[in-house]
Design a protein around this ligand. Sequence first.
Ligand code: PGA
Length: 256
Amino acid sequence: MRKKILAANWKMNLTQSEAESYFAAFNSEIGEVDDVEVVIIPSFTTIPALVSASEKMPSIRIGAQNMHWEKSGAFTGEISASMLRALFVKYVILGHSERRALFGETDEIVNRKVRAALEAGLRPIFCIGETLRERDAGKVEEVLSRQVRLGLEGVSQKDLSEIVVAYEPCWAIGTGRTATPAEAEQAHAYVRSILTEISTATVADRIRIQYGGSVKPDNTEELMRQKDIDGALVGGASLDPRSFVRIIRRAEAALK
Ligand code: PGA
């Protein structure tokens, strides 16, 4: 059984004091979380405060939104995997569509980051997904196959099972337009078939594939009931602690 993983991608939102107020509200509502894993992914500057605030909450982990692939050196403005590890970060989002579209990250760059993260003991949340133009042109499978194969090239079988894949169709991110559960499941099943091709059925069966793109409390449960959907990467709806808690509760309800 793959444990579902719900991650809050805050993007470039919330200062440290806003994050602390968020966390206090989240903490007072969340209660016990046993059946799903929860990851909060704030901006870099807020990571240390949230790591210490979450110390007594073993089921809540803190992640990062990006990193550089080199270990150290003259890369002004960048953050390395070991810097994140030193803050007790467990997960790092890599290849988010905003990084690909706005900051020129290619499959090759994403691949370097994935390998560097794994080498440092971080678990990548490896993002893939087609644009609307690609979907309309009937290229969903072609795009997903390329992103998975190139992004995970050279990753060992053992490391592959550490990865979380996030399927986020670009046209659903921040638009309020979610993929239907059937559309999402079809893409997830296809991604799992590619993962089987690059590894084995046993490894591919272990890899969690999150859905992302306008996930809200109202659409969570049905998405989470799909066979190959193993969690959600939530942007906008995770910025309100109560809404993120409701999403977690809906995901738990989908297990019943
Ligand atoms: P959204 O963002 O939930 O606001 O669509 C998801 C993401 O970009 O990870």
